[in-house]
Design a protein around this ligand. Structure first.
Ligand SMILES: [Zn+2]
Length: 414
């Protein structure tokens, strides 16, 4: 337990800050469009920087624009405890995805300043650049470089759909991006985030202990047959790419159901060629996304997808290919940090349960370089990546209090 168990965040101030940040890029439907490295992002960052400095922090920005607001510890030789998330949003995003984790961490800094608390370790509040990935692929770009998953050069060269370069757009924001990316020790990373799913609210929990981040595999499928007249080609004579595709899609869904509820499988995109009402499809392309929190089970799902692909191809007498697009194994979070989060949740009188993260987060990368865990709070009806995304003040307060106490406990450890 930290030395000041009665310390609490200021829930009204946290809520006001969330609402003020949401005005930057605010959409008519009540959501937020503050995509990475846009003028809206620049305005959000300027406000965030001012708030951090008012909270007594020293702000530095790394070569990819990630912002670190540091509060000194009594032993500056020790690596810092890091807390935070991301301020960028989807084009039709909500007010809370990422933003809650950043502004709750800011509220931690404000409370520590007001109460004059000194922690042994420094605490750093981070706003990661380009978490969402909607403007520059891949998602979680800057934290990925911080953790060594890709290079600074590769990140700076990423382009958006208009051909604009990450590096040029970052430069245009006029930040002093002089800090090196990563390459330093971090004692622990804790990220507070909305669940983006319906479980906590439905079951009446205040807090989710994210024990594992789901693993995923993405594939592109191409089935090639022969395009001919839809009226005059007898059924047995056809090589119909759609026949293979619909059989395969049904198999993909069945694989998801067979490994559910933890397993999921999705076909989300499809192109048909020549895409004519009266031509038998010559080629069908579609995507497959499978996810599971358990590595060996994800491997079994992968083997089933590959077998089904070949079986459906051969049954319809097609050619084609199954292309691996990406693979991320499940990410187990740190049991020691999770124990702290569980204990602080209980001490605060809140109800928590273990939960899997179905979405990707900056924490997935940070788990490779330091003890990392996530704290989830409910969101209404599980809706996220949507302008209707919503939470209650109580959920925000509960999550921020757990973050405060967890950060205090971790920052006082030798
Ligand atoms: Zn997020």
């Amino acid at each position: 337990m930290p030395s000041i168990p009665n310390l609490r965040i200021n829930s009204d101030r946290l809520w006001d800050s969330l609402m003020e940040m949401a005005e930057i890029g605010g959409t008519p439907a009540g959501g937020c469009n503050r995509q990475a490295l846009t003028p809206e992002d620049a305005r959000g960052r300027a406000l965030f920087k001012r708030w951090c400095e008012e909270a007594g922090c020293v702000v530095s920005v790394d070569e990819l624009g990630s912002m670190f607001a540091r509060r000194a510890g009594t032993d500056e030789h020790l690596p810092p405890v890091m807390i935070g998330s991301h301020l960028d949003t989807q084009p039709t995003g909500g007010k809370f995805d990422g933003v809650l984790g950043v502004l709750a961490a800011l509220e931690v800094m404000r409370v520590l300043k007001e109460s004059g608390v000194r922690t042994r370790r420094p605490i750093e509040l981070v706003n990661w650049t380009n978490e969402e990935g909607c403007r520059f692929a891949p998602a979680m770009l800057a934290s990925g470089v911080f953790a060594g998953a890709l290079t600074v050069e590769k990140a700076l060269a990423a382009t958006d759909s208009a051909g604009k370069k990450f590096g040029d757009e970052l430069k245009a924001m006029g930040l002093d991006c002089s800090a090196p990316v990563g390459g330093r020790k971090v004692a622990a990373f804790v990220e507070l985030h909305i669940e983006q799913g319906p479980i906590l609210e439905a079951e009446g929990f205040d807090i989710g202990f994210v024990a594992v981040g789901q693993g995923h595999r993405w594939y592109d499928v191409i089935y090639t047959g022969f395009g001919s007249h839809a009226g005059s080609t007898p059924m047995p004579a056809r090589r119909d790419a759609m026949a293979g595709a619909v059989a395969m899609i049904a198999r993909v869904h069945a694989i998801g159901r067979a490994h559910g509820p933890a397993g999921v499988a999705t076909v989300g995109e499809m192109q048909v060629a020549p895409n004519s009402r009266n031509i038998i499809p010559a080629e069908v392309r579609f995507t497959i996304d499978i996810r599971h929190p358990d590595g060996p089970t994800l491997d079994r799902m992968d083997a089933e997808v590959r077998a089904a692909f070949a079986a459906c191809r051969d049954a319809a007498r097609l050619e084609g290919g199954l292309v691996d697009v990406s693979f991320n194994p499940p990410v187990p979070f740190d049991p020691g940090v999770l124990d702290v989060i569980r204990a602080e949740t209980q001490a605060l009188g809140l109800r928590g349960r273990d939960i899997v993260s179905g979405a990707g987060h900056d924490s997935f990368h940070m788990a490779k370089v330091c003890p990392t865990a996530m704290i989830f709070v409910p969101c209404k009806d599980g809706i996220s990546h949507n302008e209707a995304e919503d939470i209650t003040r109580e959920w925000a307060q509960g999550g921020a209090d757990v973050l405060l106490q967890t950060a205090l406990e971790l920052a006082d450890r030798p």
